[in-house]
Design a protein around this ligand. Structure first.
Ligand SMILES: NC(=O)C1=CN([C@@H]2O[C@H](COP(=O)(O)OP(=O)(O)OC[C@H]3O[C@@H](n4cnc5c(N)ncnc54)[C@H](OP(=O)(O)O)[C@@H]3O)[C@@H](O)[C@H]2O)C=CC1
Ligand SMILES: N[C@@H](CC=O)C(=O)O
Length: 382
């Protein structure tokens, strides 16, 4: 029996869906000889942890209560200190995560699950790996930090999984790792890697205004917490960087050519998110509509394309034929075409839903199960 102590960072759309999956898969996991023990959950301001991380875990009804608190827009700080949990805030959070990882390092080790969208978690993630723990990421930012930090994070590959950082639940990272480790060098990756932008392009083609579609994409859980990350191309650029680095390209985020769908004056440094959504987005409707109509007049469609090839790594809008793999995409689907020695004329193609809380959380859960061998010798697993 493998018993995996989980500490979840980020209890938003993906994090909550993950907790629901962990609970609903209990019978299945028990048949598979795995027990997922949630010992802590944190959001941006607070953390709840079980008093004795070595032997106990949160009850499922308490986990559901945590999900409800976050769905209602409240904070864990509102929880009174009960015997069930300890509540931490501010700088105490980082210290507590390390305390938990240290306490578990002499037994099973901790699995730290990053479902935040923060660039500030990288230090904790690396420390947990150094304490013989494992890390599972939906968050792309740690892997797109400067190479100096990235190298530390990926230094023990068996302790790191991040399938959901590219293509949500699609097996993109696993496929690339299998190809590379079996000596099939990859020469080119081209694809549509944004569920949000795929959905936006196909819905605007169908006649809906851009601003309305972006608002729907946010409600459907496709966008980043700030949809400007998607519309500005940075979310796709992060995915491109994660893939390029897997291929061995020693590049930084700012070396990727990125096309933004909104002007700098509407950026996070200049206007708050609420104002962008209410007043900025509608100002973009006409320009996007015109570009889509212009592509249609050539018999084409617009897709936000990611290309990685030799020293090239770029992301931006392209007119593509309606009949191509990219042009046929609908809704939030992603498609990734991988060219290698074995797939030189016809690429290996991976396609399917590329965004959404459910598919992303399933990808994270699959990663957690994939590291179960690291937890087999847990004394508490007897
Ligand atoms: N949605 C999707 O389709 C996909 C998402 N992802 C990635 O999954 C991650 C989560 O996305 P999503 O759930 O939609 O985002 P949400 O905005 O819904 O949730 C983010 C959560 O992270 C918390 N958080 C923020 N900063 C920190 C921090 N420093 N430490 C701990 N928690 C923190 C937030 O806290 P608070 O509640 O206090 O704000 C919130 O609970 C993102 O990185 C995203 O890129 C990856 C693939 C697909
Ligand atoms: N915001 C992202 C979510 C997955 O990474 C997207 O739209 O693809």
């Amino acid at each position: 029996m493998a018993s995996i102590p989980l500490l979840l960072m980020g209890c938003g759309g993906v994090g909550r869906q993950l907790l629901h999956h962990v609970i609903s898969c209990r019978p299945l996991h028990s048949q598979q000889g795995v027990r997922l023990r949630v010992v802590g959950v944190c959001d941006s301001k607070s953390m709840v942890a079980i008093p004795d991380v070595l032997t106990s875990e949160f009850r499922d009804d308490f986990l559901l209560q945590l999900c409800e608190i976050k769905s209602n827009g409240s904070s864990f700080l509102d929880l009174t200190k009960t015997g069930e949990c300890q509540v931490y805030s501010g700088e105490e959070i980082g210290r507590k995560v390390i305390d938990v990882a240290t306490a578990l390092s002499s037994s099973s080790g901790l699995a730290l699950i990053d479902c935040s969208a923060s660039s500030e978690t990288i230090g904790l993630l690396s420390q947990v790996i150094n304490l013989d723990g494992c890390v599972v990421l939906a968050n792309k930012k740690p892997l797109t930090s400067p190479l100096e930090y990235y190298d530390k994070l990926v230094s023990q590959p068996r302790r790191l999984r991040h399938e959901s950082t590219v293509g949500a639940g699609l097996p993109v990272i696993a496929t690339i790792n299998r190809m590379l480790s079996s000596g099939d060098p990859i020469s080119r990756i081209i694809g549509s890697l944004s569920g949000t932008l795929g959905y936006v392009m196909s819905e605007v083609e169908g006649g809906r205004p851009f601003s309305e579609v972006v608002t729907s994409a946010k409600k459907l859980g496709f966008t980043e917490p700030d949809p400007r990350d998607d519309l500005g191309g940075m979310d796709v650029a992060r995915k491109a960087l994660i893939l390029a680095r897997l291929l061995g390209h020693r590049i930084e985020l700012d070396s990727i050519k990125v096309e933004s769908l909104y002007p700098e004056k509407m950026g996070p440094a200049n206007i708050p998110l609420d104002e962008f959504l209410a007043n900025g987005l509608p100002l973009l409707d006409e320009a996007i509509q015109k570009r889509i109509e212009s592509a249609a007049s050539n018999g084409n469609v617009l897709r936000y394309v990611c290309l990685i090839e030799e020293s090239r790594c770029e992301v931006g809008l392209q007119e593509v034929s309606k009949d191509s793999a990219l042009g046929r995409l609908q809704g939030s689907d992603n498609v990734v075409e991988i060219y290698s020695r074995c797939y030189s004329k016809q690429p290996l193609v991976i396609q399917g839903a590329g965004a959404g809380n459910d598919t992303t959380a399933v990808g994270v859960l699959a990663d957690i199960l994939d590291i179960q061998d690291m937890f087999l010798h847990s004394p508490s697993a007897a």
